[in-house]
Design a protein around this ligand. Structure first.
Ligand code: OGA
Ligand code: NI
Length: 365
């Protein structure tokens, strides 16, 4: 059973940051081994400028687009994309309405306070483990699809344009997600609608889609904490609209953390655990985290494009061979996401634990 309430009184990080403290409370201090400066490669200060692939969809044939997207997802599980078809004005408005939402007085936001039962609404923690070290962020989580779960009364009523902007924004982002599933299916050598169908996208009330808007306040001691702890995304695919004036998202590459430098008007797309499972680990769901800084706040919109929550997800049978046996047992996304909702962000421990032969499972603590 999911917990009905948070295990401790909720701390709104934005309000805490605004109180002007010069030391962060103990609850936010991470163990030394996971603090931001450990093993950090700063791509923005590095001469050979390591960054995730950038894909420009303009003028590419389907085959070429599938090759580039597939390659990025095999090697990195992450890429940036421009000329993706989502209107720039909508991207700008979407950022603006959410920034406005978070700038409102606390009382207005508290009307939407969430609980761990559904996570819908205004929240400040992920996971219900009592005594957990907390992340330096607040968020707003809402359901976009299926339509039966889209409930405008659970979305902020202010600013007044928010609901309409997010309806329109979601529509274009869902289209982009569908296009990506097609390119990924092609790259796997499968029918181009394979992934869409596996996600239930061909059914009435099929696909799932949620939006998590993250608000990372500036932080007096950014070296001691994280905006969002290391995790992989449990769902299908994440289409992230990063802040346009400050970076913060880091991707794990072996033992290093690479800071992504957002390209203007780009989305950052990454594979979630369900695509890793469906592709029998050909596409990788990579660990990532968010760092904060001392003088700038940051807003990001993570759009999670997910399978219908009660379909069984398992490796495509075409991708299971004698040489490459099925790495994961069938499971619904509903069952799967209980883990992160209970434990909070914990690296890649969940998807790895499903795979009985994985090395991280053998050595898991
Ligand atoms: C997430 C996430 C990254 C960011 O919400 O799952 O990884 O840059 N967000 O906010
Ligand atoms: Ni994430």
């Amino acid at each position: 059973m999911e917990c009905q309430q948070w295990p401790e009184p909720v701390i709104r990080v934005q309000a805490l940051a605004q109180s002007g403290l010069d030391k962060i409370p103990e609850r936010f201090v991470k163990p030394e081994s996971v603090r931001p400066m450990v093993n950090q490669k700063k791509s923005d200060t590095n001469d050979d400028d390591i960054n995730i692939p950038l894909i420009d969809l303009k003028g590419l044939t389907e085959e070429e687009a599938a090759r580039q997207v597939g390659e990025a997802c095999r090697e990195w599980g992450f890429f940036q994309v421009v000329n993706h078809g989502v209107r720039k004005e909508l991207m700008k408005k979407a950022r603006e309405v959410w920034r406005e939402f978070f700038m409102q007085p606390l009382e207005e936001k508290e009307k939407y306070a969430n609980s761990p039962t559904t996570y819908e609404g205004y929240g400040s923690r992920l996971g219900v483990k009592k005594g957990a070290v907390l992340d330096w962020s607040d968020y707003f989580f809402l359901h976009y699809l299926p339509l039966s779960l889209r409930n405008h009364s659970k979305w902020p009523s202010l600013p007044p344009s928010l609901r309409k902007v997010i309806d329109e924004y979601g529509e274009e982002v869902v289209k982009l997600g569908g296009r990506m599933l097609k390119l990924l299916s092609m790259n796997l050598g499968l029918q181009e609608d394979f992934l869409l169908k596996s996600f239930g996208g061909d059914l009435e009330e099929g696909l799932g889609a949620c939006l998590r808007v993250n608000y990372y306040p500036s932080c007096p001691q950014p070296d001691l904490t994280l905006g969002l702890s290391s995790h992989s995304d449990p769902g299908g695919m994440t289409i992230l609209l990063p802040d346009d004036h400050v970076s913060g998202l880091q991707v794990r590459q072996a033992d290093d953390w690479i800071t992504i430098k957002p390209v203007p008007n780009a989305f950052i797309i990454n594979m979630g655990d369900q695509i890793q499972v469906l592709s029998n680990a050909i596409f990788k769901s990579i660990e990532h985290r968010v760092i904060v800084n001392s003088n700038k706040d940051r807003v990001s919109l993570a759009f999670f494009y997910n399978p219908k929550s009660d379909l069984l997800i398992q490796p495509a049978k075409e991708l299971v061979t004698e040489d490459r046996p099925s790495l994961y047992p069938p499971m619904t996304f509903d069952e799967y996401r209980l883990y992160i909702r209970t434990k909070g962000p914990s690296g890649k421990s969940q998807v790895d634990s499903l795979n009985s032969s994985s090395s991280s499972n053998k050595s898991s603590s």
